[in-house]
Design a binder for this molecule. Sequence first.
Ligand SMILES: Nc1nc2c(ncn2[C@@H]2O[C@H](COP(=O)(O)OP(=O)(O)O)[C@@H](O)[C@H]2O)c(=O)[nH]1
Ligand SMILES: Nc1ncnc2c1ncn2[C@@H]1O[C@H](COP(=O)(O)OP(=O)(O)O)[C@@H](O)[C@H]1O
Length: 207
Amino acid sequence: MKNYPGNLYVVSAPSGAGKSSLVKALMEVDRGIKPSVSHTTRAPRGQEKHGREYYFISEAEFDRMEGRQAFLEYAEVHGNRYGTSREGIERCMNEGDDVILEIDFQGALQVRKQFDNANLIFILPPSWDELRARLMRRGEDSPEVIEKRLANARQEMAQANRFDFVIINELFERALFDLKAIVHAQRLRYAAQRQAREDVFAGLDIP
Ligand SMILES: Nc1nc2c(ncn2[C@@H]2O[C@H](COP(=O)(O)OP(=O)(O)O)[C@@H](O)[C@H]2O)c(=O)[nH]1
Ligand SMILES: Nc1ncnc2c1ncn2[C@@H]1O[C@H](COP(=O)(O)OP(=O)(O)O)[C@@H](O)[C@H]1O
């Protein structure tokens, strides 16, 4: 397993729990962390732009990328396909940047198999009623799509105990504080580990 200078954070949550809002707010205050833009076969929502929220691609293009093993992970979620391109992430992490992935739990567990020090963070809503209310307030999905996402949320939330960290997004600022604290603490931890490794190598008398 390759050792990159950058760290990897993976955020998963049921639809509407607030993961996109939290990740966006984190990146506004933390310039050392870069988003990964996924590829999807889902249609863009109102304000979404190709290359910003997602690369919106056809089923055929998705098949081609899958065929040439361009994805670090991919999964079908709520009836659409989503995948993380391997190339961009490895480049960022090689350059020493931290990378944050916003992907579903199936993808998160695939990533952990490839990066054993990936940090898996699960965001929970405070209640079912609030989850439904947020999906409705967001106003981007039809009632049928909202019902499908709520039905899937039960199964998704049952996976939270497989993650390294769980954050309850009740008060937004509080949840953002928790996310920042996790990123900061893990960054320090890996920096200390790397330093310790360098110290060991520096101490070895190899010509
Ligand atoms: N496995 C995987 N899941 C993804 C990827 N990109 C997005 N997702 C997940 O797909 C689900 C649906 O995302 P989206 O359609 O943007 O809806 P939202 O979660 O309601 O904002 C969410 O759980 C995302 O985290 C990806 O590259 N891989
Ligand atoms: N703590 C919070 N309290 C109230 N509303 C929130 C909170 N966090 C997010 N929201 C709102 O809930 C909706 C869903 O958030 P979003 O970030 O799109 O979720 P996700 O990416 O998990 O699907 C958005 O309208 C967002 O503004």
